[in-house]
Design a protein around this ligand. Sequence first.
Ligand SMILES: Nc1nc2c(ncn2[C@@H]2O[C@H](COP(=O)(O)OP(=O)(O)OP(=O)(O)O)[C@@H](O)[C@H]2O)c(=O)[nH]1
Length: 297
Amino acid sequence: MIDVYLLSGFLGSGKTSLLMSLIAELKEMGRKPAVLMNEFGSISIDSDTVGQSQDVPLKELLNGCICCTGSENTEAQLQGLLEEYDMDVILIETTGAAHPVEALDAVYSPLFAEKLCVKGIVTVADSKRWLERDKMSPQIRSLFLEQIRHAHILLANKTDLLTEEELATVSMELSNFNGTAQVIQTTNAKLSFSFIEATLSTMKEADMKTVISGKHLPLTSKLITFEKDVDKAEFEAWVQSLPDTVYRMKGYVPLKGTKNPFLFQYAYGLVNWMPEYIKMEARLVLIGEGVSQIEYM
Ligand SMILES: Nc1nc2c(ncn2[C@@H]2O[C@H](COP(=O)(O)OP(=O)(O)OP(=O)(O)O)[C@@H](O)[C@H]2O)c(=O)[nH]1
């Protein structure tokens, strides 16, 4: 299994700085990192920097964020990485405009269920911005807060720009806001990979069944397999009965009376079915809060 770490955080918070230092450390350790980067424009500034200066296998998604460019695109890039290179760690840097749950979408694809092991979300927060969050528009603030809320490790970055007192306030407020993440004060997003790996692996022990860390963490995923074909109406009734904290579902569902399992998608209450011309393995991934207890029927 290849370990996957998602680097999240608002625009300009310090994700690329973190990525660069993690790559350098991983290489020093003799590990084989690869990078999936996502840029907000059609020019690959960050990926050029990272790719050239770090000489690391890299795929990029231009023009939008991982969630908006569509998870098929991200899946294709991931597939490309896996086919072309040899690696043992994948670092995914999302644009500052990506919702962490949506960014995880492609990684949780049933295609990669046996290849990738999602270790967790590391969010970089600009401490100054946190203190001034009330100045942001409601929509942007909500994205900023979501990125922080879903973190498993939270960097209170740019501490050099704060007074001692402000620093204490930021740390306390962030810990109160996301009670499960470790909050670490950083400058230039300096945090060692060994620390991240060790912290996330202890969290994982809490519940080995969930793909993403333990049951104490906000986001978990669950893989559901099917023993026999299912009735479409019954299946949809089951979907509607699930709690609102299931944010996303996708996979292949074997429907009664059809040749191949159908591609099934669910997001924000909406269900989508697509026939599949290849016989895909019948399994479904659920992503949300506390989904590890959910069973089919
Ligand atoms: N003063 C200060 N500046 C920092 C710190 N960390 C990062 N920066 C600067 O903040 C800017 C953005 O840093 P990046 O690492 O590119 O941030 P990012 O989150 O990748 O940015 P986007 O890709 O645009 O979302 C750069 O100019 C960094 O040098 C810090 O701790 N203190």
